[in-house]
Design a protein around this ligand. Structure first.
Ligand code: SF4
Ligand code: SF4
Length: 483
């Protein structure tokens, strides 16, 4: 197809109208005075967008179905900070599993570092809940209610008339409703589905805290999706800010092939491809379609920028332009700086190898911790404010507080025994059964004959048994009179 046959409309002017010459000195979404410039990204279309759309719907389905999915009666994922109870793939974790959390967290951070060093911010554009919900749900609803970028711009500029009022009312009502659903989903991940249903169905007065958080989450999500938008990625998200330290010239990112594209020049109907090449102009026809679709308002032709979430909308836009003018696709594509400059493919650098070694070691550590994870976790502490008491028969009593956490999925009968001293041990309240995945607290009275005590502070060993099998050994001290 000859370029002269093509109709490539230059992108309309709008928020993405910053002075590109000094783009490094200010944000694409703020003017020189620092005022916010609203981004009206053009509706993207293309193969990457379609793939992203299908993948996003799968993620959204998992996200909303998550609280309803139970494994062995436990939620798929629950991060109950209030009760300090966490569920991952149906396995309950307790604060006592802090080493597992620490390893898991380090593994997660290292995994992100490896992934980012190799593949840039693919996570941001394709899997981050903020981007997925913003671009695939809220933005699409906005296109449906207010139209594409140009129509939205015109609507915002128009005076308040019946059309504008009704469209804005519908949009914000839908946004608030959706934010409420998302807020409730988050609450279900935090406290569990049953307590959430209780808050919804019970009398409001009995659940004021729960209702407060419901409203707070709704407000936060509404603010993010209706107003804050791309600013959340640019200003708030720590991962977005970290990317500049994680990326290098071998990282695969969404990039403009400047060697092929420069020097930019508009497409002349009278000029054929050879004449264009001879005039020293590259493949970029400066149509700014890649800028028009960018949800963060940047120009990818300026190079990798912290605002870029690797959403690939600009790849689709440019590919469509290239197809129309009869040039190969990929002027904007997934590539590394070295890939563009030297034609190198993905290279496994020593940095990535180093990260992978750390990742493997952490993974092995985590695996070892999970395999050796104890069924029962017990803490035995002396009761505060009580030293010792002398019973009527002259024996010495010490009071302890014991916390028993059953990490298994079955009830565990428990027996405590003194291991290194002769004496009696009595669990108050007769608690001898710890229900599955529950924690109980009770007190323990230990009585020892003073003649058996060699010092005023005697080390004690207490064995924790379940069905005749020792599950834990506890160490404490027994306080008696001075010797
Ligand atoms: S990079 Fe592609 S979409 Fe962007 S201005 Fe150049 S030709 Fe147009
Ligand atoms: S520059 Fe391209 S990949 Fe980056 S945010 Fe904008 S449209 Fe998405």
């Amino acid at each position: 197809m000859k370029p002269s046959d093509q109709k490539i409309k230059p992108a309309p002017s709008g928020a993405q109208d910053v002075n590109w010459g000094d783009f490094r000195d200010h944000l694409a979404t703020a003017d020189k005075e620092g005022h916010r410039m609203w981004v009206y990204p053009k509706k993207p279309k293309g193969r990457y967008y379609l793939t992203r759309l299908s993948f996003s719907f799968l993620l959204i389905l998992i996200m909303f179905a998550g609280p309803f999915i139970k494994i062995h009666g436990n939620p798929l994922l629950m991060i109950n900070i209030v009760e300090r109870k966490f569920s991952l793939f149906g396995v309950i974790f307790w604060p006592q599993d802090n080493l597992i959390f620490a390893f898991g967290f380090l593994l997660f951070l290292t995994g992100i570092a490896v992934f980012t060093a190799a593949f840039g911010r693919l996570w941001c554009g394709w899997t981050c809940p903020q981007t997925v919900m913003m671009e695939m749900v809220f933005r699409r609803l906005e296109y449906f209610i207010e139209g594409d970028a140009q129509a939205q711009r015109a609507l915002d500029k128009s005076p308040w008339n019946a059309n504008k009022v009704s469209r804005k009312l519908v949009k914000h009502a839908v946004f608030i409703g959706l934010s409420f659903v998302i807020g409730n989903t988050l609450l279900a991940y935090l406290i569990g589905l049953e307590p959430l249903l209780e808050i919804i169905t019970d009398t409001p007065a009995s659940h004021l805290t729960g209702l407060f958080f419901m409203c707070l989450f709704t407000l936060v999500f509404y603010s993010i999706f209706a107003r804050f938008r791309e600013q959340a990625c640019t200003f708030i998200c720590p991962y977005g800010r970290l990317q500049s330290t994680l990326l290098d010239e071998n990282s695969i990112v969404v990039a403009y092939d400047y060697k092929r594209g420069e020097k930019r020049g508009t497409l002349h109907r009278t000029q054929d491809a050879d004449e264009r090449k001879a005039s020293g102009v590259g493949d970029c026809i400066d149509c700014r379609q890649c800028v028009a679709v960018c949800p963060t308002g940047i120009d990818i032709r300026n190079g990798t920028q912290m605002e870029c979430v690797n959403c690939t909308a600009c790849i689709d836009a440019c590919d469509s332009v290239m197809t129309k003018i009869g040039k190969p696709r990929g002027l904007v594509r997934f590539a590394s700086i070295n890939g563009i400059e030297k034609g190198e493919r993905l290279r496994i650098t020593p940095r990535i190898i180093g990260y992978c070694v750390v990742l493997a070691l952490l993974g092995l550590g985590l695996l070892a911790l999970l395999i050796t994870r104890k069924d029962m976790d017990t803490t035995l502490l002396r009761a505060p404010g009580v030293l010792f008491q002398t019973a009527t028969d002259g024996k010495i009593n010490n009071l302890y507080l014991v916390k028993l956490t059953n990490k298994t999925q079955h009830d565990m009968p428990i027996e405590l025994k003194l291991e290194n001293m002769e004496g009696t041990l009595e669990v108050s309240g007769g608690h001898s059964l710890v229900p599955a995945e529950k924690q109980i607290e009770t007190s323990v009275l230990i009585q020892i004959d003073p003649l058996k005590l060699m010092t005023s502070s005697t080390p004690l060993i207490v064995g924790v048994y379940s069905e005749g099998k020792k599950v834990e050994t506890l160490r404490t001290v027994f306080i008696g009179p001075h010797k």
